[in-house]
Design a protein around this ligand. Structure first.
Ligand code: KIV
Length: 285
């Protein structure tokens, strides 16, 4: 394994100050985390999207803290160097500041995360400020916030109109003032993202489908590699169709087993004649 330097808040902000775009991906398991570590990904998000990609739910709402901790701990083992974000699942922070601090603490203590992410703007400021006061860095998440998809009216671009965009701009500023070190903008128009990026002072901005004028980019790993069969968001770029390649491999395996072409001698282990004869004698054959 190639050794990397651990990403920290100062090293992330140093990259931003040097004008180097930050790379961020979702990840939910050890072996993928290992590949992302090797690729030098700066920020890894254990998103509650694992409810869909890993657990097969329709959305993110059924995901529990225990689900998140188990996956985040596995990802930490695979990527010791990336800045690791634990995504706070539905109802782990909305009910109270205390629930937010306790659950954020679980990500740090039980999974080895570096920080947490939560969805929402001004309405979540007490939670953001409380978690930051507890010494835990927080990333905000604005625009399309999947935990509120029912209230938002579906998976659609947020902030197309001036009034809705103004709320997002103000929310980003308020999150920064409450102590958030970064804000993720999901499916916000590129010009709104650019405005927010230009106005950021003590936080950096990550874009997911919100255009190039941010301090960094996020993609959902499963969308990059064709691994989620149910839908393909327009903003995703397919870097390699691993889903297709794996599908072809599975079909070949089924065919070879059925035809007797698998396994071949290199795929199994033999036994010396002498030991085999002795075995037959011992079992009375
Ligand atoms: O859960 C997740 O993967 C996320 C991204 C959609 C930003 O929160």
């Amino acid at each position: 394994m190639t050794e990397r330097k651990k990403m920290t808040l100062p090293s992330l902000f140093a990259k931003v100050a040097a004008g180097q775009p930050l790379t961020m991906l979702t990840c939910y398991d050890y072996s993928t985390a290992y590949l992302q570590e090797q690729a030098g990904i700066d920020i890894v998000l254990v998103g509650d999207s694992l409810g869909m990609t890993m657990l097969g739910y329709e959305g993110t709402l059924p995901v529990t803290m225990d689900d998140m901790i188990r996956h985040a701990a596995a990802v930490r083992r695979g990527t010791p160097s990336a800045w690791l974000i634990g995504d706070m699942p539905y109802m782990s922070y909305q009910p109270s500041v205390e629930s937010a601090i306790r659950n954020a603490g679980r990500f740090m203590a039980e999974a080895g995360c570096d920080c947490v992410k939560l969805e929402g703007g001004t309405e979540m400021l007490p939670q953001v400020a409380g978690i930051v006061r507890a010494g835990i860095p927080v990333m905000g998440h604005l625009g399309l916030t999947p935990q509120s998809v029912s209230a938002l009216g579906g998976f659609r671009v947020q902030g197309k109109g001036a009034e809705q965009a103004r709320k997002i701009v103000e929310d980003a500023r308020a999150l920064e003032e409450a102590g958030a070190f970064a804000v993720l903008l999901e499916m916000v128009p590129d010009r709104v993202c650019e405005l927010i990026t230009d106005r950021a002072r003590t936080s950096f901005i990550i874009s997911l489908g919100s255009g190039p004028r941010a301090h960094g980019q996020l993609l959902i790993y499963h969308d990059m590699f064709g691994l989620y069969p149910r839908f393909k968001p327009r903003m995703a770029k397919l870097y390699a169709d691993a889903g297709k390649v794996i599908g072809e491999g599975l079909a070949a395996y089924v065919g070879e087993v059925q035809e007797g072409a698998f396994p071949q001698p290199e795929n199994y282990f033999g036994m010396p004649d002498e030991a085999y004869e002795e075995l037959r004698r011992l079992i009375g054959e």
